[in-house]
Write a protein that binds this ligand. Sequence first.
Ligand code: HEM
Ligand code: SF4
Length: 551
Amino acid sequence: MYVYDDYDRQILTDRVKQYRGQTDRYLKGELSENEFLPLRLQNGLYIQRLAPMLRVCVPYGMLNTKQIRKLAELSRKYDKGYVHFSTRQNVQFNWPALEHVPEMLKELAEVEMHAIQTSGNCIRNTTTDQFAGVSPDEHEDPRAYCEIIRQWSTFHPEFAFLPRKFKMAVCGSTDDRAAIRVHDIAIEIVKDANGEVGFRMLVGGGLGRTPVVAPVIKDFLPKQHLLSYLEAVLRVYNQMGRRDNKYKARIKILVRAMGVEAFSEAVEAEWAHLKDGPATLHEEEFQRMKSFFTAPQYKQLDNEESLSAVQAQRAEDIAFDKWVSRSVRTHKVAGYSSVTLSTKPTGVAPGDVTDKQLEQLADLADEFSFSEMRTTHSQNCVLADVETTELYALWKKAKAIGLATPNVGFLTDMICCPGGDYCALANAKSIPVAEAIQRRFDNIDYLHDLGPIDLNISGCMNACGHHHVGHIGILGVDKKGEEFYQVMLGGNSGLNTSLAKVLGPSFKAEEVSDVIAKILTTFTQLRNDEELFIDTYRRVGIKPFKESVYA
Ligand code: HEM
Ligand code: SF4
């Protein structure tokens, strides 16, 4: 992973000092609420329903064990002993006291972490595949590009006050595991006919009130132009995006208003000034950044031998077998596997991990995965480089600390926003609905029979919980002061991205799990053999689901 140099360290130290001064002045009444607002947002601090919320940046989801232990310590010292993994691979503290935040930032800086640009109308953390660098289906490791974008964007003076927040995601593989097409800019690493690496650029996707799947605006952008082209897109957005209406300020609205063609022409015109200028990505600089993401010291292992050892253990232990089938992924290096640890046992808010668990995770990462861990877009964690013969030992330890629920990719591995329990914007609670569904569908055999299903929940139409791209989406709505839930079907967040359609009138909280049960029964009646939920839905449409739910 990227390692800070003296400049990086100095920048963070100065920034912490600056923010400490700003917080002090606010607390003494020398800065007004309005003056302090943009300052705290630039340092990741929201004020929520019950307390502030500090969002800490985890570049492309990578954490080393020193950082994980620091997060644990901070959550114990300044919060309630847990943190939340967010859908954009970041980590959130839900209960810090405003006056403690400068100290938290100082301690984070000691382990090369910060909360800069994790909120406010700026370029946010660039996200990517949690299996970056280790997945067999990868054209190229996206992390060096993410780091380059991060360094270019974090303090870019021109883009510190955009019309709205701005999110980018990069995908380097044949499958998309980072929901890239619902980002403001989706960058797909592709190769041209000569094998040259470049990018397919998709601009103007996003969720929120108006969900949009990003359209392609450039089929092939040669590698050296990445930053100058991003600069052109952002410049067009910064100049032409709406600032008069928050709900129409995202780039997706601009792209739609101008039309994709006119928008890309405007970008090309802007790019003409920038192309081959100072933002050109020279091979030397690329290689320098890439050198931070070299492979760890893998052993020479025999794949066949490792696999047959695990096969024997799987045959003996059904629980281990089930876990492997959901949690373990093929690694591109022989004898290694990537492991997803589910943060979603029944009764735990999706993405919440305690201080103890964090420390135990760090121990697991030290023991099994070269002292690194990754967070995922679906709020889980990944140990990317585990020796296949160590899986059984890892599983036992992960199980003991509640991180081996074999539900990865299943209905109960849901994405869920903080909702009315924490978020000031919520129309309804999300977490209790998630929990009711987890309790109702706690039978792991039934979940295995159903196969992979994405269920995503948001507490309001801002869609932080990605309900539009869930195979099943649940959206909290307010009806005359009462909490109701709209159910939608058919969303998907892979490269074959689709937006969900509303099933019909909304339901009371206590009805939601019955509704899900009816949808699942309809699915099992209509599916062909092992057909996936999303494929059955695409084949039969919404009608049979509607009929069974509203019968
Ligand atoms: C202040 C209250 C809010 C809270 C606590 C909140 C919480 C979250 C969380 C935890 C995430 C995962 C993201 C991350 O790490 O950055 C997220 C993402 C997201 N939020 Fe929010 N959010 C809030 C306000 C909003 C608003 C006002 C909007 C839109 C108008 C919005 C739209 C989204 C969307 C669309 C995503 C995810 C998808 C994407 O990246 O485009 N959120 N939010
Ligand atoms: S979807 Fe709404 S309720 Fe949920 S976190 Fe986002 S803004 Fe808050």
